[in-house]
Ligand binder design. Structure first.
Ligand SMILES: *Cc1c(COP(=O)(O)O)cnc(C)c1O
Length: 227
């Protein structure tokens, strides 16, 4: 990918998001594009930062620690979202580095994050990850537990739960999963819904996504076997 490719992809993705939103009777500015930069180095990310983009997602704490402090020194106003699974021994680093945590997927991590945010006096917005496909290998709370879990994360662990996030099964049409996540967010009275990736973000916008997470659609294919 050249810098020009990335810039063109970026403009194309923004156009598609705006069109999907408008066709669904929504306002394009109500959908945030999270540019997923995992596996990509600073040089690949620069075109987006220079174009004024500020919302980014990473799925590993250590990788983000290696990459983002230097970029943040050059570009103010970056919002960095953790979109990958979090181990409790990384919670302290995650709270210090990220601005939003989208992958709260179990009681223990909710508790550890709550304590860590209090300690650091950094109360970050968080999302509850929902395993809409109920896949045994995938992170996330079961759909039937999502509303109660979100309430407990807020009331018992003091988390600022703002929304729900999902990654639908790869071998199924995503739309029913997007519809389910949106329904659960309404039921839980949460305003943010993070869903949709490079292959399906327009469908996600049609079904109410407030944040879509796009990686390869901006930066090209990642090396196989990575994230
Ligand atoms: C990698 C990743 C994405 C982006 O995937 P693409 O298909 O490259 O757009 C989105 N969400 C999560 C949680 C990811 O790990």
């Amino acid at each position: 990918m050249t810098q020009t490719d990335v810039t063109e992809n970026y403009e194309d993705v923004l156009r598609r998001i705006a069109r999907a939103a408008t066709e669904a009777g929504r306002r394009p500015e109500d959908v945030t594009l999270t540019a997923v930069t995992k596996t990509h180095e600073g040089a690949a990310i620069l075109p987006l930062l220079e174009a004024g983009h500020r919302d980014f997602g990473e799925n590993r704490v250590q990788e983000a620690q290696a990459k983002w402090p230097a970029l943040r020194e050059r570009f103010a106003g970056v919002t960095l979202r953790l979109i990958g699974p979090l181990q409790s021994n990384k919670a302290s680093d995650a709270v210090a580095l990220f601005d939003v945590i989208e992958s709260v997927d179990r009681e223990k991590i909710a508790r550890v994050l709550g304590a860590e945010m209090e300690k650091q006096a950094r109360r970050l917005p968080v999302y509850v990850q929902v395993n809409t496909g109920e896949e045994p290998q995938k992170a996330g709370v079961a759909p039937e537990d999502a509303v109660a879990f979100a309430a407990r994360a807020r009331d018992e662990h003091g988390l600022d739960v703002v929304g729900l996030m999902c990654i639908p099964p790869q071998d199924q049409p995503p739309a029913p999963h997007f519809a389910l996540l949106w329904e659960l967010a309404q039921e839980a009275r949460l305003r943010e819904v993070s869903m949709g990736m490079s292959g399906d973000y327009e469908a996600a916008v049609s079904l109410g996504a407030t944040s879509v997470r796009v990686g390869s659609g901006l930066f090209g294919a990642r090396p196989t076997g990575e994230g």
